[in-house]
Design a protein around this ligand. Structure first.
Ligand SMILES: N[C@@H]1[C@@H](O)[C@H](O)[C@@H](COP(=O)(O)O)O[C@@H]1O
Length: 270
């Protein structure tokens, strides 16, 4: 995993947005995997700014969201479809027919999940998957104990997640108990992953994800098996990482490589 540590969440989010924008410029018909929650908010804000001021073009982009609460329709203020419309889709030139969020009111979830996976395959697979992380280290709604090979399916929310999200619903009892979520296996099939984590509450999850053993109890640790993951963290979320100095050294080398300063790295020296 490539670990990038920025001073604060704003700088980290701008870096993430640049990463996504570069992907779209390189491949205009990019398939993006998108996340909800507070972590990607500033990244979406920056993408909207890049669209408005630099003409970042979403016309050919397709999106697939990670998850949705069961029982909530698109107009429910806490539904993830509503979140995406409000924080990104309504402000850029994405074709509505190319945005996909699982349907929290599907009549047959087994069929719906199978179709969702098929739609991802039909689109050519996800090029870049944006991810946040729960305080217990879950990705999407793959709660502790989720199979690391799991596919899109219904999942029962853990009490920690219900507690974390109660603030949005005005009380724990109002948080839905089930969600439909891409599986860990689905996420691992995306070509690249971009993991965001900010603030002290995420420090333990980040340490476990980057430096802990792979375990279904912390589903983000499955990302260690992925071929190309970039983690962008702020100082507070990265504070428990033991190998911080090494990650900084890797970034320094990467910057020199990108600038073509090979000699500074000893490449070509006698
Ligand atoms: N299903 C979402 C996850 O996709 C998200 O990563 C997590 C953290 O949210 P936040 O970024 O608000 O901390 O919350 C929920 O569980």
């Amino acid at each position: 995993m490539r670990v990038i540590i920025e001073s604060d969440a704003l700088a980290a989010s701008r870096r993430a947005a640049r990463f996504i924008a570069d992907q779209i410029r390189r491949k205009p018909d990019t398939v993006l995997g998108l996340a909800t929650g507070s972590s990607p908010l500033e990244t979406y804000r920056e993408l909207i700014r890049l669209h408005q001021t630099e003409g970042l073009d979403f016309a050919q982009v397709t999106t697939f969201n990670l998850d949705e609460y069961v029982g909530l329709g698109p107009s429910h203020p806490q539904s993830y479809r509503h979140f995406m419309q409000q924080h990104l889709f309504d402000h850029v030139n994405l074709a509505p027919s190319k945005t996909h969020v699982p349907d929290g009111r599907a009549l047959d979830f087994e069929v719906h999940c199978r179709v969702y996976e098929q739609q991802i395959r039909d689109a050519g697979g996800i090029d870049l998957q944006l991810l946040g992380i729960g305080t217990d280290g879950h990705i999407a709604f793959n709660e502790p104990g989720s199979s690391l090979g799991s596919r899109t399916r219904l999942k029962t929310l853990a009490s920690e997640t219900i507690r974390d999200n109660a603030r949005f619903f005005g009380g724990e009892e109002k948080v839905p108990r089930l969600a439909v979520t891409m599986g860990v296996g689905t996420i691992l099939e995306s070509r690249r992953c971009l993991l965001l984590a900010f603030g002290p509450k995420k420090a333990e999850a980040v340490r476990n994800t980057v430096e802990g053993p792979i375990t279904a109890q912390v589903t983000a640790t499955a990302l260690q098996l992925h071929r190309e993951v970039v983690g962008i963290f702020d100082e507070a979320a990265a504070r428990l990482l033991v190998r911080r100095d090494y990650y900084a050294e890797v970034e320094r080398a990467q910057t020199l490589l990108e600038a073509g300063q090979y000699r500074a790295l000893g490449i070509g020296n006698q």
